[in-house]
Design a protein around this ligand. Structure first.
Ligand code: PMP
Ligand code: GLN
Length: 386
């Protein structure tokens, strides 16, 4: 293994899912739903398999899916895209993030991102020979997560190539506010950097969130410098399909595609038409899915509070974080390793997503993208902790 990849062990998701299987625990660690997505989408995939859509799709994705992605982006975010040259289909958001970084960063370039960060970010930045400049999110007075403006300003410098922003944010459930996005956009313009936005949870912002989701690409001067990334996995409960995409100005999409063609070339031939169908579903699908997840968030949040955790409010995503200190915990890794034995539930320590480990030492993440009955059972088990 090359030296620069040696610090990266097995991902925490793999470790914790294996622990859940070994101990027969309820897995609220890895974020994947335990029910299938919309029936229309599943039927379209079955049809495509039977009707012979089983060979390589075109490099940027099948036209029907690129058109559906462009229409979706216009419909929900008022971002016009040319499906002919401003949209590319990828093997999940993960590949899109990797290809974006690999196509934009020279060795030694710096990437500003917020920690805790999604685990593939650090690995992709390292693979590119680039350097991460994390800005720490911390619980602030509102009870939500915030960051220090001076720390963000200081993270930008002459080597900054891009900002990698995830909002709604995994694992904190934070939805970046318009004023925070405005500051990020100002800094991108001032330092003439790119932005790569990971918006895989774009449809999972709850009705009581402090602010709605706003794509950074929609802010003044940002469209021409931003690659916007999303994925079918979260919105349509098909995380195993690995169908994602990136949209942006032609020069950035074509740079990303140049790299992407040598990572996977193409993927998911028979699933692409099905995702096109899903993206075209009526608004009631998207709001219904959000409402369902919101009810589960409320249910799990109540269970965690009852069990004695200090729960951080989650405005979006599949996740809620909790402070273990009221339960006498000090180290999230230790706490999560012992949790299955103590009560038969698996969670994920978020400190592994920080460079500044002390900042996240006492925080752990629970996924609520699970059936009501599963959350109910988990809440009952967690109640035994107190
Ligand atoms: N980004 C974030 C913030 C995520 O939470 C996830 C999935 N958990 C991904 C990217 C990966 O998405 P995909 O499975 O489409 O590669
Ligand atoms: N994105 C999922 C999560 O945050 C996990 C994906 C993975 O296992 N790499 O839980």
């Amino acid at each position: 293994l090359v030296e620069r990849m040696r610090p990266f062990g097995t991902t925490i998701f793999t470790e914790m899912s294996a622990l859940a299987t070994r101990t027969g625990s309820i897995n609220l660690g890895q974020g994947f739903p335990d029910t299938d997505g919309p029936a229309e989408m599943l039927a379209a995939a079955a049809r495509a398999l039977q009707e012979g859509a089983n060979q390589y799709p075109p490099l940027p994705g099948i036209p029907a899916l690129r058109e559906a992605i462009a229409e979706h982006e216009q419909r929900f975010w008022a971002l016009p895209r040319d499906p002919g040259c401003e949209v590319v289909v990828t093997a999940g958001a993960t590949e899109a993030v990797a290809a974006a970084i690999l196509s934009l960063c020279e060795p030694g370039d710096e990437v500003v991102t917020f920690e805790p960060y999604y685990d593939s970010y650090a690995a992709s930045i390292t693979l590119a020979g680039a350097v991460r400049r994390p800005v720490t999110l911390r619980p602030v007075a509102s009870g939500r997560y915030g960051f220090d403006e001076a720390e963000l300003r200081a993270a930008f410098g002459p080597r900054t190539r891009l900002v990698l922003l995830n909002s709604p944010h995994n694992p904190t459930g934070k939805v970046f506010t318009r004023s925070e996005l405005g500051l990020i956009a100002d800094l991108c313009r001032q330092h003439d950097t790119y932005a790569v936005t990971d918006e895989v949870y774009e449809h999972l912002v709850f009705t009581d969130a402090a602010e709605p989701h706003v794509p950074l690409a929609g802010l003044p001067g940002m469209r021409e410098r931003t690659l916007r990334i999303s994925s079918a996995g979260k919105t349509f409960s098909c995380t195993g399909w690995k169908v994602g995409w990136a949209t942006g100005p032609e020069r950035l999409v074509s740079a990303l595609t140049r790299v992407k063609q040598f990572l996977t070339f193409v993927n998911a031939g028979p699933l692409q038409p099905a995702v096109a169908v899903a993206l075209g579903l009526g608004d009631d699908y998207f709001t219904g899915f959000r409402d369902e997840l919101q009810a589960r968030r409320d249910h799990l949040t109540a269970g965690l509070a009852e069990a004695g955790f200090a729960v951080q409010p989650s405005d979006g995503t599949y996740f809620v974080t909790a402070d273990i200190r009221p339960l006498g915990g000090t180290d999230g890794i230790e706490f999560c390793r012992e949790l299955p034995e103590r009560c038969g539930v698996v969670a994920v320590p978020t400190q592994v997503f920080y460079d500044d480990r002390a900042a996240g030492r006492h925080l752990i993440r629970f996924a609520f993208c699970k059936r009501e009955s599963v959350i109910d059972e988990a809440a009952q088990r967690l109640a035994k902790l107190g």
